[in-house]
Design a binder for this molecule. Structure first.
Ligand SMILES: Cc1ncc(COP(=O)(O)O)c(C=O)c1O
Length: 399
């Protein structure tokens, strides 16, 4: 007897599982596998944040707290929104959850009904379509092409709007492309959203990780947008706190209230010591974060320099301005062979790179784009350079 709900059955299994399982097998067998697949900073959480968690435990802050977050943390988050983004939120509009991923789930669960269409620029972070489907919605993709810097335009968005369109998911800086939208581009997109009365889920988790002289601008700061935007953010990427599990959202009052009730019946509060640690992250010394951003910036520059040298091999990329990823365009290699085995797409390249070069990458197909593979530069400079050399040698050996 089938017992699974339709919603859960519609969710796609992770396409990266086979690759990571194989990478782990190789590592266990003693191979030096270089991983460009990493989605988290390779830095430790700064000491003052860890100390704040220890201090919270020592003080006995080990009990339940308000389901939507500690008042002191929500106050610190409201201040962050004001100082960094020029956004005015009452703490009641802020909900603290178990990572930005959880915040995204809550936001979609609270707003998407069966059959609602959700616009998602593609390549996309792979969780978006799955959560949309989980909530009964229908993902509708808008192609962000390399030719346009992996960005969609307001016109493209408008062309995809139907009477069923409920929401646009907007992620800048973007995972996987590293694209950062300019304020002017964002203002144009916001106008379309207001005109057609659609909600925006603005995932700003990589806000602090911007390098190319660009700056972050929140779509919620555009006229009439705060009332239709759910802003997602968190401490995972900016403060090297991925394992602590703390994300947050800011939403119009009615939506925040509904999410708060839902969270009170589902997960309740994020673990209390993490919330104290996050206050220290938001209010404390920003030097460790600045150092991390500087290191990412240096690796990014080096990686792009090396990739420039690999262009004669048929590889190309679009300069990423944010996050810590580069999409390496490799469609020119399709049809070529390694040891007589033909390459058909990004999954084949990822598989062969792992087998023959001991390099782990994420195939673009996971993000809805089979023309590229995603390289993360959240690894040491030394490993990065060795890994890029291995990729170049592999590509040079293709026939
Ligand atoms: C675009 C994007 N949003 C959200 C998240 C989730 O962040 P968290 O670890 O806080 O759940 C990630 C993590 O990879 C991400 O890349």
């Amino acid at each position: 007897m089938a017992t699974l709900s339709k919603r859960i059955s519609d969710i796609s299994p992770s396409m990266t599982l086979a690759i990571s399982a194989k990478a782990n097998e190789l590592k266990a067998a003693g191979e030096k596998v270089i991983s460009f697949g990493v989605g988290e900073p390779d830095f430790n959480t700064p000491a003052h944040i860890i100390d704040a968690a220890k201090d919270a435990l020592d003080k006995g802050y080990t009990k339940y707290v308000a389901a939507a977050g500690l008042p002191a943390l929500k106050k610190a988050i409201a201040k962050k929104f004001k100082d960094d983004n020029g956004l005015d939120y009452d703490p009641s509009q802020i909900i603290v959850s178990n990572g930005a991923k959880h915040s995204i789930f809550n936001a979609l669960f609270a707003t998407i009904d069966d059959g609602d269409e959700v616009l998602i620029p593609k390549p996309y972070w792979l969780t978006y379509p799955e959560v949309v489907k989980c909530c009964g919605g229908v993902p509708v993709y808008i192609y962000a092409t390399p030719r346009h810097g992996y960005k969609v335009t307001a016109n493209q968005i408008e062309a995809m709007i139907t009477p069923k369109t409920k929401m646009l998911i907007f992620n800048s800086p973007c995972n996987p492309t590293g694209a950062v939208y300019t304020e002017a581009e964002i203002r144009d997109i916001a106008e379309v959203c207001v005109k057609h009365d659609i909600l925006v889920l603005a995932d700003e988790i990589y806000e602090k990780l911007i390098y190319g002289g660009e700056t972050h601008f929140s779509i919620a700061a555009c006229p009439d947008m705060a009332e239709r935007t759910i802003v997602i953010n968190g401490v995972s990427k900016s403060y090297a706190m991925t394992g602590w599990r703390l994300g947050y959202l800011a939403a119009p009052k009615e939506i925040a209230k509904a999410i708060s009730s839902f969270q009170s019946h589902s997960t309740s509060n994020v673990n209390t010591m993490t919330q104290y640690a996050s206050i220290a992250a938001l209010e404390g010394d920003t030097k460790p974060m600045q150092d991390m951003i500087k290191a990412f910036g240096e690796r990014r520059a080096k990686m792009l320099e090396v990739l420039d040298g690999m262009k004669p091999l048929g590889l190309d990329y679009v300069k990423p301005d944010g996050a810590f990823y580069v999409m390496l365009l490799c469609y020119n290699l399709y049809g070529k062979s390694y040891n007589g085995v033909k390459i058909h797409g990004s999954m084949d390249i990822a598989d062969m790179l792992l087998t023959h070069a001991k390099v782990a990458v994420t195939p673009g197909i996971c993000f809805g784009d089979d023309d590229a593979i995603r390289l993360s530069y959240a690894l040491s400079m030394e490993d990065m350079l060795e890994g890029l050399k291995r990729i170049a040698d592999f590509v040079a050996a293709l026939k």
